[in-house]
Design a protein around this ligand. Structure first.
Ligand SMILES: NC(=O)c1ccc[n+]([C@@H]2O[C@H](COP(=O)([O-])OP(=O)(O)OC[C@H]3O[C@@H](n4cnc5c(N)ncnc54)[C@H](OP(=O)(O)O)[C@@H]3O)[C@@H](O)[C@H]2O)c1
Length: 334
């Protein structure tokens, strides 16, 4: 089968379409013919050899896909021919992927394959960030503080894949959202999705802007995927009892912050890693139950901001690396 093969670790140029043997599903897996695959920052780290647990080359990257179950095996014959969207650690940038049923969900009929391929990583991560922040209830249920106010969240890289998903979900949860981006044009587009306050970090320091715009109070949660100094700066953006949810290090730097900065306001920093959390069926089922209701009512729809072909995988990676993407970058698999 054709796949995007990494034969040596490196930058976007190491991604080459080539022939590899089709995967052989285990007894717990089915074979899915892939139509489209979502590109994630984690794929870039995988190609560079920097994602935890990456096997040695040659390997096929790709963490999420939309496709049709081609060989359901006897035990799951009822899903033969079903269109699904799924999550995996590797292997989705290929014509065929071996998939475990705990890690795929029915692709909504009203979504294109590109939209469905843009769902699993971004929407589960974004939803679970609200859940970890204690904000996944409705705004009316939120009782973190005595002063009545809408819960507030600061979303870094708000125009990206996880960022746009977090804005759509935040709108449904009734959250007041602040978001950072390097580009005014991207911020204008995210505002159309429901972001109330855009912060261009090339022009203003987001910590100062958040203080100003919340009358010195701060936000209830920060979704932090930058690392380095940004974890500490994000803690400074919190109001009493607020939480920073850390889930990435796009700067390439480990988070640096002083735990003593947490004392005065009783704030905390929480980790989130879908690679591991996705094995928790109870948590994932609850997240899917909530999101599938929104999907059925057509209130939640992924943003496939850029659709490229399998041969353009290097360009797809560059869109993320050069901060040019809006929403999700998706590859079509012929
Ligand atoms: N822990 C988990 O389970 C999990 C799951 C999914 C994603 N993630 C993490 O979440 C982050 C976002 O992932 P994504 O796939 O949705 O990517 P993305 O947000 O679509 O793309 C990356 C964006 O990050 C912003 N950015 C800020 N500083 C950057 C830097 N130093 N280098 C590159 N980009 C920078 C850029 O937007 P602006 O120019 O607008 O700032 C860029 O467009 C990544 O760090 C990823 O590893 C973690």
């Amino acid at each position: 089968m054709k796949a995007i093969v990494i034969r040596k670790f490196g930058g976007p140029d190491v991604l080459q379409v080539g022939d590899v043997p089709a995967p052989e599903p285990s007894d717990q897996e089915v074979l899915v013919r892939v139509q489209a695959a979502g590109v994630n920052f984690a794929d870039i780290m995988t190609a560079a050899g920097g994602y935890p647990g990456t096997p040695p080359p040659p390997l096929v990257a790709g963490r999420e896909y939309c496709g049709v179950v081609e060989d359901a095996r006897e035990a799951s014959a009822d899903i033969q021919g079903q269109r699904v969207m799924g999550y995996t650690q590797w292997g989705a940038f290929a014509e065929l992927v071996a998939a475990q049923s705990n890690y795929f969900w029915p692709a909504p009929a009203h979504w294109s394959a590109q939209e469905a391929a843009a769902f699993p990583v971004n929407y589960f991560t974004a939803y679970l960030a609200y859940w970890k922040a204690g904000l996944a209830g409705s705004a009316a249920e939120y009782s973190g503080h005595s002063s009545p106010h809408k819960p507030r969240v600061l979303i870094h890289a708000v125009a990206g894949g996880v960022g746009t998903a977090a804005v759509q979900i935040g709108k449904l949860l009734g959250v007041e959202m602040y978001g950072t981006s390097s580009s005014q044009e991207k911020l204008t587009r995210v505002k159309e999705l429901g972001l109330q306050h855009g912060i261009n970090y090339k022009e203003r320091d987001y910590e100062e802007v958040v203080k100003e715009m919340t009358n010195g109070e701060g936000v209830d949660a920060v979704f932090e995927m930058l690392g380095g100094e940004h974890t500490g700066k994000s803690v400074q953006c919190l109001r009493e009892f607020g939480r920073v949810i850390v889930y990435g290090t796009a700067t390439g730097q480990a988070s640096a912050f002083d735990t003593r900065s947490l004392y005065a306001k009783g704030t905390s920093v929480h980790g989130l890693w879908l690679s591991v959390l996705s094995a928790n069926k109870k948590v994932m089922d609850a997240a899917w139950a909530r999101m599938s209701d929104w999907i059925a009512a057509d209130r939640l729809r992924p943003i496939a901001g850029h659709v490229l072909t399998m041969n353009q995988a290097g360009e797809a990676f560059k869109l993320l690396l050069e901060r040019k993407n809006f929403g999700k970058v998706v590859l079509t698999i012929p």
